[in-house]
Design a binder for this molecule. Structure first.
Ligand code: FMN
Length: 174
């Protein structure tokens, strides 16, 4: 039987990461096999790691493997970064690979696989010129971005829907 395409989901330390299971479920419904790579900061209480491991049937990767250890994930057929933080977007664009999540992102474009990003960055941070430059640089590498999402509360106290499925729609875009 042909294997399902493998999707790397990179999770950063933004509050909305608490709902990342929605993205995983949506991807699985669209016939992706999913492995999660989280930043070390995201592993620090931003989402339910046990629930995500149960859902994907695989350990979450966050630390580098040791030299003799085989890679626990197949090579990606596509990569999604959701939520993407200000910090990770800027480090990725600068070519910094000091975490497994950043290393995964830095090599993804070179692998030629589609990459979709859903940023969650407050307006004040998004106004920083370094962030604007990072978006320009990553777009120039073929990375696909969802519309800006600031994550702020609405007048009724709720938050706008993050729209996790947007990431999967971006992967399908020609
Ligand atoms: C509760 C909480 C929510 C946060 N939400 C965001 C966010 O939505 N977007 C963002 O860019 N940073 C957010 N941050 C700050 C990041 O966690 C911080 O910049 C961190 O260094 C990001 O690390 P990472 O990019 O490696 O995941 C938040 C921090 C906390 C404590």
């Amino acid at each position: 039987m042909a294997r399902k395409p493998f999707l790397h989901v990179v999770v950063c330390a933004a509050g909305v990461a608490a709902d990342v299971s929605k993205l995983i479920t949506c991807a699985q419904e669209r016939d992706w096999e999913v492995g999660v790579v989280a930043t070390p900061a995201a592993m620090n209480g931003f989402f339910d790691t046990a629930a995500v491991e149960t859902l994907t049937g695989r350990p979450i990767r966050s630390a580098w493997r040791t030299p003799g250890e085989p890679s626990p994930f197949p090579a990606p057929d596509a990569v999604v970064v959701a939520p993407a933080t200000f910090n990770t977007v800027n480090k990725w664009a600068a070519g910094i690979a000091d975490t497994l999540a950043l290393g995964t992102l830095c090599e993804a474009a070179g692998l030629g696989v589609p990459i979709a990003v859903l940023p969650c960055v407050a307006g004040a941070l998004a106004a920083h010129p370094a962030y604007r430059d990072s978006l320009t640089r990553l777009r120039g590498m073929g990375v696909r971005f969802g519309d800006p999402y600031a994550g702020g509360a609405e007048p009724d106290g709720g938050r706008p829907d993050f729209g996790w499925e947007r990431a999967l729609d971006l992967l399908r875009r020609d």
